[in-house]
Design a protein around this ligand. Sequence first.
Ligand SMILES: [Zn+2]
Ligand SMILES: [Zn+2]
Length: 306
Amino acid sequence: MSGRLCVGCHLSTAGGYAHMGRTAVGLDATTFSFFTRNPRGGNAKALDPDDVAELRATMRAHDFGRLVAHAPYTLNLCSATPATVEFARRAMAEDLARMESLPGNYYNFHPGSHVKQGADRGIELICEGLNQVLEPGQATVVLLETMAGKGSEVGRTFEELAHIIDGVQHDELLGVCLDTCHVSDGGYDVAADLDGVLAEFDRVIGLDRLRALHLNDSKNPVGSRKDRHEKLGQGHLGWDCFGAIVRHPFLRTLPMILETPNELDGYAAEIAQLRMLAGEDVQPAAESAPSSVGGTAQACAKKGDA
Ligand SMILES: [Zn+2]
Ligand SMILES: [Zn+2]
């Protein structure tokens, strides 16, 4: 693979797929994430083959890594309401069928909230759903996202994620997406002990399951179970944590998605800073971006040098 980080941010699908690709290139991103459907809307639009073909050409031309599509937050495979479970299964199956026209990428989802049924019943329902939805030979690997443990969320602990994987027949189609804000809020201190957290992940789940990262700082201290994302370097994780991640020999090979509270210029600055921390020559992309981008990047570089 190329030596550059595969890093990008969450983008709006409003302008179509090719448009997301062009936006990503403008941010010096080499991956991105997007919602596979409107969280509130029922039906998802069919993909326009020309639009998808243009995105795929952009990805090839600019050496993109895998994309990390995101299922809507509202899907809940382990709801206590059967109709909600049924909708989640149908929506996931449809999303995965549509992603066959964009093969070789990831589909990330929140395992769900068990709403008073207990984590064991939640895990059972999630496994049932995945066993129904996953098609052997499909071109998309489905990622379970590590959760903060807000409310009755399943997937806060590595043990819960391991139990889900154990209960799925076609587990070759499953991986994990580690969200730095969520794991920290969930009680894993990635800021103070990144290697320790990875060792624990390896012991419980196996590091080969780790396929993508959501890079978010956290507004709250470790163990808070809040799930409030913060801009990189402005929360409880700090730039040292993200620097360690982009220099880590294994983590630096994974797609990294920013879901920080930013507009596009803020994302461009964070991507540039991550590339700098990884030791890359950062292209003067900042010149074409609003002036605040260069300012932020310089301020961060100074801090990093000190
Ligand atoms: Zn998520
Ligand atoms: Zn996330």
